[in-house]
Design a protein. Structure first.
Length: 118
């Protein structure tokens, strides 16, 4: 077992706050150098529509995303619209639903831990 896996395991398994505090001194949160913290593979980030990748659209509110996705078809070629038509319809239907139930303020990039349980 290497040093990093050992520290991670000990951090997970201990009941001692002191041990956690000591191990935490060697830990730091840092964005991934490959994706810049976007949590997607470079191949997924390479696909762009109107100069935006999927990560860029995930920071939109549901309302903003609905407006953006509803207008995307206007900027695509006929062939691109044939390819993307069904998925764009599905995305818009789901965004419509989220708007209709009052969740238009949420963003897709929001961490689930920040959401209310009730």
């Amino acid at each position: 077992e290497g040093v990093i896996p050992n520290l991670e395991r000990r951090y997970r398994e201990t009941d001692s706050q002191w041990v956690r505090d000591e191990i935490a001194k060697f830990q730091a949160a840092a964005p991934c150098p490959a994706c810049g913290g976007k949590r997607l593979k470079p191949e997924a980030l390479a696909v762009k529509i109107n100069s935006l990748d999927i990560s860029d659209t995930s920071v939109f509110s549901i309302k903003q995303a609905h407006e953006w996705f509803a207008s995307v078809h206007k900027t695509l070629t006929k062939q691109q619209n044939e390819i993307a038509g069904r998925i764009l319809k599905e995305i818009n239907d789901r965004l419509d639903f989220l708007n209709d139930v009052g969740l238009e303020y949420l963003t897709l990039s929001r961490a689930s831990g920040t959401l209310s349980g009730g």
